[in-house]
Design a binder for this molecule. Sequence first.
Ligand code: CUA
Length: 691
Amino acid sequence: MHSVAVERVVTGTEVQLMSGLEAEELTRKQGMNSRVILVGAVIVALVGGVILGRFSSGLGGGGSLADIASERGMTVEQAEGALKAFTPPGEYDEYVLVSSGGHSGQLHLVGVPSMRLLKTIPVFTPESWAGYGQGADWSQAILDEGSSNKQARELAWGDTHHPALSETEGAYDGRFVYINDRANGRIGMVDLRDFKVKQILDIPNMQTSHGGVFVTPNTEYVHVSSMTPMPQTENGYADLEDYADLYRGMSTFLASDPDTGRLDTDASFQIELPPYTQDLADAGKLESFGFAFINSYNSEMAVGGNAEGGVPIETGASQADFDYLHIIDWQKAEAVANAGGTEERNGMRVIPLETAISEGILYFAPEPRSPHGVDVDPTGNYIVIGGKLDQNATIYDIALIKEAIANEDFEGTDRYGVPILTFESVVAGQVLLGAGPLHTQFDGEGHAYTSLFLDSAIAEFTLGPKAGVPDGEAFQLVDKVSVHYNIGHLAATEGDTVAADGRYLVALNKWSVDRFPVLGTLKPQNFQLIDLTADKMAVLADMPIGFGEPHYSQIIRLDRLTSAIETYEPGTDPLTFGPPAFATAAGEERVERDGSEVHVYMTATRSHFTPDILRVREGDTVFLHVTNIEITPDATHGFAVPGYNLQASLDPGEVVTLAFEADRSGSFAFYCTEFCSALHLEMQGWLLVEP
Ligand code: CUA
């Protein structure tokens, strides 16, 4: 978006710091209503008679803002960046960045533009602040359900990579966010009412999933594709000699319940893919609605073996000049699945590769070697590919793809018989960007922004006429900005959707090297906030990320998060949002014993638990049903028992059951872990386990 951000200057009453150029621009834009007077190095902006700001470029004797900038050794640009990114205390950011947390297994919510960490949501990994996976029944149920399928044992961690916010008509609707586990081929669903995970699904017939996650434009399906292919054999084993014959990739369309967001395996289906390495994926929208796009690399099917006389995987996988963009007609696949054209495999309907080919579900288009990102622009017309080993962005046009399919304009088939569309017939343009193009985001005004991993930069280029760019200006590089260092993904405000608004871009950088003080050997990654509203992209702020390696993020406008609740209805089970049988009201607290099974119906409120003395016998099985009977927002209580590995967090209205074997006798002082009141320390009690 090429316009100066004058909106805040003219509407705000706050003091603004401006460079001379911006002041001039402001004067031009505001016409008769504003004057900018340049007095020496001091700029005084008058808009409608309101003095907005003064700046003295370090000469002293200017306004206090200039003094502060000067005292802190800031340049004009840095001071401007600080003001653009600053969100005053007590005010809200306009956007929330929903970030993967890498192998911390969590999700993180960050305010944009302030880049303040707002919240961490545990998904795949136990986390004690939220009382997640520390004995509370609802969270344990989710973690247990999510490690039901794989041959591995109970899974205690995940590698979150690609969040996908739910959409209605191609725009975020603020209802759910899905997040994959790259390590174990799972997906989690977080309900954006209470921002807690409600489901982890262990996806059958695939093992890992990298970036193949998206929702279709009305969240009809949540898509997850495999990264490394997996043997489609009874026992999940096949020697690598049989790679081409027995290993297969999977494109998984998980049906999402429109009311609960839960994924329903029975209504879902998979499409079998050749054993290439399927990578990033995106959903078609508007003009390309009904299609899905998946990048692949390693069409060479290299399996490594560098200690067995073979070549390393990275060499073997980078031989061919072209890999294959997978083009999937998911509406056709849905029809084939519903007509019974599937075979059942581990509880999932699978469309075999041969069927996908014969039914016209799967086509390939050549894409320059080792592609990574595939991103559909907000109009749905263009599909942008970044090739790790190619310096161009390659832009495909969905109309050309549809035409080539209709005309059977194929340059051949791959070894499995998948038709390959003629490259020249489906490509609208290429733009030379620089080294290592990966992922692309959009501003909704015909501009695309691609991360350059090797250059540590972001390149901005124009799309074509169908995105509103005049013919002569189409497919041209227009700007570049340096980032520090090794950018992977980038996220623009609502940049994945039809509502991309071109306000901010966040670079998700892998290395920070000398960017931050040396605080040990493990260094943070670095988010960088970039302003898209000025003529040239500019880095405004750094945000070191000290909690696992974020991969992808999406940025949603705060005002779309309308389903968020502040407190539960009294007596709510967070897993179902319904009242559990063991919800306890004030005055109904009790202990019920049935043989060696003890049920405690307990309430928590400031500043006591009732009952506060629990008497059980060694060997009893104890069910502690704790209800937080508070109705005040933020009146959260914790419940922790020393030595028993039990910790729950109870938000107002929430009911949690902690079940445990009283297998250690002793006197245990349980307590509330949240600093909830002046008498928080007194909010404790005794668990007496009689020998
Ligand atoms: Cu309740 Cu501290």
